[in-house]
Ligand binder design. Structure first.
Ligand code: ADP
Ligand code: MG
Ligand code: MG
Length: 253
């Protein structure tokens, strides 16, 4: 059971009296790709941050579970070990830590948390080289410090490489397409599609329908003002592309 289940989730900023999520209900089943679209400032990134365990937010009501485990009770690393992966809108740079070393540490930490044996250096090298190749990540990018001096597109491809290496149960992609040119978006989409699997769910946050031409969602949600206000199939993304959010929001009001 790798299902992500969010019920009545309300979140405010820790340091300010500002409510951001106002009751989010969302269930993503294993094998499913759900997209979340919505105007800027509607709380999409906040939702992904809260699920991944980032500091600065306070959950005032509701629940979030992955495979029945209460995510909100766990530290960020424990959530990752449980199989939650978040690809950030702005991937972090880690000066001084080689990309490959970082990935090997992350993979082995996760295997350890799952009670599995470490991957041998030789096996790791074989796997990472193969996955890097499909994402057009060259040997030099694997050696350089994590994301330092990487272009926007390289950072996003590197995020997908991390995801591919960690083999998570639930992947959240927060505007992984923003700032990508068409070729980079295709590579990223192909990387995601290669990971689609009956046991793995995806939550794809995006502003643009064009990403959803490449990563075909099963379900599309529209988020506005801290809530999911509409849910439908892929046609909902096309409706947004053609008419913007105004019609949907007016319909809700
Ligand atoms: P989206 O990803 O949909 O654009 P966000 O989750 O980034 O929306 O933001 C939702 C709202 O919460 C916005 O009004 C944003 O300004 C506010 N917000 C989110 N995080 C913070 C923060 N750390 N400090 C102040 N305001 C924040
Ligand atoms: Mg935004
Ligand atoms: Mg955002």
């Amino acid at each position: 059971n790798n299902m992500l289940e969010i019920k009545g989730l309300k979140v405010k900023l820790e340091d300010e009296d500002k409510q951001i999520l106002k009751g989010v209900d969302l269930t993503v089943g294993a094998g499913k790709v759900h997209a979340i679209m919505g105007p800027n400032g509607s709380g999409k990134s906040t939702l992904s941050y809260v699920l991944s365990g980032r500091d600065g937010y306070e959950v005032t009501e509701g629940s979030a579970t992955l495979g029945g485990e209460d995510l909100l009770e766990l530290e960020a690393e424990e959530r990752a070990a449980l199989g939650l992966f978040l690809a950030f809108q702005y991937p972090v740079e880690i000066p001084g830590v080689g990309n490959m070393t970082f990935l090997r540490t992350a993979v082995n930490a996760q295997r350890k948390a799952r009670g599995e044996e470490e991957m041998s250096a030789a096996d790791f090298l074989k796997v990472i080289r193969a996955k890097a190749k499909t994402l057009k990540i060259d040997a030099d990018m694997l050696k350089r410090p994590v994301n330092v001096g990487f272009s926007g597109g390289e950072k996003k491809r590197n995020e997908i490489l991390q995801m591919a290496m960690l083999e998570p149960k639930m992947c959240i992609l927060d505007e992984t397409d923003s700032g990508l040119d068409v070729d980079a978006m295709k590579l990223v989409s192909e990387g995601v599609n290669a990971l689609r699997d009956a046991g793995r769910g995806f939550l794809v946050i995006t502003h643009y329908q064009r990403l959803l031409d490449h990563i075909k969602p099963d379900v599309v949600h529209i988020m506005a003002d801290g809530r999911i206000v509409k849910t439908g199939g892929p046609e909902l993304a096309l409706e947004v592309e053609n008419n913007g959010y105004a019609d949907i929001l007016a319909e809700m009001a």
